[in-house]
Design a protein. Structure first.
Length: 107
């Protein structure tokens, strides 16, 4: 899983069933300071749906969107599992960093 895929999956989980492309972009920028193109987000969401990490469904059509419906994404059990595995790997890396003064000497 790439970094952008991981961030997108985390945002989908945070938004708890209310994640949609523009909302994900806004949340990503708010939480990380990073911007993203809508095409990039949609590509990642499609790929994650193919992998079974997220599911999607259409919401109601609205006048504000010219009668178009939003596609909402939710994380699946498989998506939660892969997120937990990634977190475990990252935590393991952080824990492997030598503690100052204990396992190496300064030059």
């Amino acid at each position: 899983m790439g970094e952008f895929e991981e961030l997108t999956l985390l945002i989908v989980a945070i938004m708890n069933g209310k994640a949609y492309s523009i909302g994900i972009i806004e949340e990503l920028e708010k939480r990380t300071g990073r911007s993203a193109a809508i095409g990039g987000v949609q590509t990642v969401l499609k790929r994650m749906e193919e992998k079974g990490w997220v599911t999607s469904e259409f919401g109601e059509a609205t006048k504000e969107r010219g009668g178009k419906r939003k596609r909402y994404y939710s994380i699946t059990a498989k998506g939660k599992k892969i997120m937990a595995e990634n977190r475990e790997k990252r935590n393991s890396l952080w824990e492997a960093i030598p503690k100052p003064g204990l396992s190496y000497e300064s030059a």
